[in-house]
Design a protein around this ligand. Sequence first.
Ligand SMILES: NC(=O)c1ccc[n+]([C@@H]2O[C@H](COP(=O)([O-])OP(=O)(O)OC[C@H]3O[C@@H](n4cnc5c(N)ncnc54)[C@H](OP(=O)(O)O)[C@@H]3O)[C@@H](O)[C@H]2O)c1
Length: 428
Amino acid sequence: MPAHDLRSTRLVGIVETQTRDFDVVVWGATGFVGRLTAQHILEHYGTSFPWALGGRSETKLSAVRDALTAETGVDASGLPLIVGDAADATFMRGLAERTRVACTTVGPYALYGSELVAACAATGTHYCDLTGEVFWMGRMIDAHQDQAQASGARMVHACGFDCIPADLGVFFVQQAMKARHGVPGKRVKLRVAGFKGGASGGTAASAINMLEEQSRDPEVRRRNEDPYAINPRGRRNGPDDPDSFRIAWDADFGQWTGPFIMANVDTRVVRRSNALLANAYGPDFRYEEAMLMGRGPFGFVKALGLATALRVGMAAMTVGPVRRAAASRMPAPGEGPSRRVREAGYWDVRLLAEHPSDSSETLRARLTGDRDPGYGSTAKMLAESAICLARDSLTSSGGIHTPASAMGEALLDRLQQNAGVTVQIEGP
Ligand SMILES: NC(=O)c1ccc[n+]([C@@H]2O[C@H](COP(=O)([O-])OP(=O)(O)OC[C@H]3O[C@@H](n4cnc5c(N)ncnc54)[C@H](OP(=O)(O)O)[C@@H]3O)[C@@H](O)[C@H]2O)c1
């Protein structure tokens, strides 16, 4: 793959006036998805702009740098290595001061992510991550939103499979609704038509840590269950209900539906987008997600099986010994799906926006990704988010954002050009 010269892409935003050594630091480059993220940047952009690899072990970082050269055929030997610990506030501040964008895959974020968020908010450093930890996003928003607004740092959680397809999918279909009908949809449904992939140790560790925190602190559970948990202060209410594990017949899609496991993250991010975009989707906007499970008795049984498995699984995981036994059987940190599994993977989501007054004027959209959702595709989405924050001419102000509110169209363009994502309106 040829290296692209980033200097020819759109201009940088608010941090441009400051002198930084790097446009992007991939923090956590020794981890499973961090390494894939670095690989995407190297394959697509080479070393045409200053960027660096970061982590806690120089030996591991150096080995990753050598492996990246071997895997991509692009010489990575000049990439600087930044070595330190995520818990060291002074080190994290120094890292933030040296880069336009901190792109982090060091998770579980609730355990290892807070110092970097604080440092970026304080230093006006743009930031993107892969967290799906709603309670932690809420903590970061409460603690750092004001400072990020003041410093001009555009800080974006959830730049992977959760929650870019949902967040940018809704952004896209609502823009199309407005262009076609002059109004946003009053309600948007996202339906997952399919996906194929595997799980990594980091994802397993994040899920287990979230359950541990929930079991220790009822406030964490309350926040995770609140449908408006990460909306701005004073705007944490609206027409949507808490998530349910129910199954339903969806006449719009002609299929039975079951619960989608990421819905409790995606829906929060989409609702925050609406709030940050000045209610661009409407003050009473409603949003929900589900999995398409097929038609007839077979679809019904599949939907019921999924809902039952999730309900039983979630209940079992609230029991400490069960949780710990499950954790011991999950992939270890650093492990994840093979290249073959990643390349054979895909994701496919459908959206339907309902017109506020004319039920015949619905609009449908489809988004797909060409790799497994959690790693192959996620790494490309995260890498392009970092490049977008570093290089594109964005109009959003500083603050703790969502992908749609920070980057919107610019990121949609990048994902379609460079990340194997397709986005289209379906039907007439
Ligand atoms: N949003 C999504 O769709 C999505 C998809 C995939 C993953 N994720 C999330 O992304 C995160 C990473 O996943 P992963 O599978 O890549 O995890 P991983 O392989 O375990 O990688 C974790 C990284 O964090 C580093 N690290 C851990 N503690 C550190 C510390 N104290 N200081 C500095 N670095 C430290 C590790 O360094 P060492 O190599 O030295 O141990 C490694 O580079 C997880 O939180 C996961 O849930 C989200």
